[in-house]
Write a protein of this length. Sequence first.
Length: 267
Amino acid sequence: METQQIFWSANIKHLRLRKKMSQEVLAEKLGISRVKLNAHESGRTVNPTVEDLVNTSGFFKMSIDCLLKMDLSKLSEQKLKDLEEGSQAYMSGSKIRVLAITVDKDEKENVEYVPVKAKAGYRSGYSDPEFLAGLPRFNLPNLPKNGTFRMFPTIGDSMLPVPEGSDIITRYVQDWRLLKKETPCIVILKGEQDFVFKQVTINEDGTMLLQSFNKQYFAYTVPVSEVLELWEYYSFHSKQLPEPQTDMQQLLKMLQEVQFEIKEMKK
């Protein structure tokens, strides 16, 4: 079997020079040392970490596959711009995401409900009309006429003060770039997690910051390529009343906000 040639080191250097950046500046942008960046560019780093792959991909707006397998120095400037715009097209949803829906007998869109037992299958069936047709469907009064709505259950305490076991009514987000900072959303992720309810912020480097409502949980980022769908919070239905935050929860929230602000200042 022929070994796949890897262009990682050459591509990092080529993209850095294309942006007219020094190693010191790029290393700071990527959150690594200049020595480590030099090791990447010189080929001394044979197996870059997943974190370095994701951060570099997000900063240059190039897929990891392109960074590893394509000799970017052989491409024209227009082709490089096309590859960069591919990331923007993903966030806008203009070329990639196709939303499947169901309608009632009057051709009005239903609100599909994704029960807990269907969570595992939703990740693979979210764009399949037959899968959606098997979900509970209903109509709710007073929903805005513009938009597609879906209901998801909450599990766990990371969504507090929304009580565990609540049902979140959401509106589909087509263009992720229009989301305001810390917009509450159901996030459909690839991988082991099926969906999470988080405050979503789109970062300039092509990643999403996901913050829990329960401030005892740390925020984290994921590349946009790991997100299948975003559903913006509209309302929730629950049998329980939300519990007020304790003094300790408020203190933890304040500490996390300070940590986040410090991190942003360092950037």
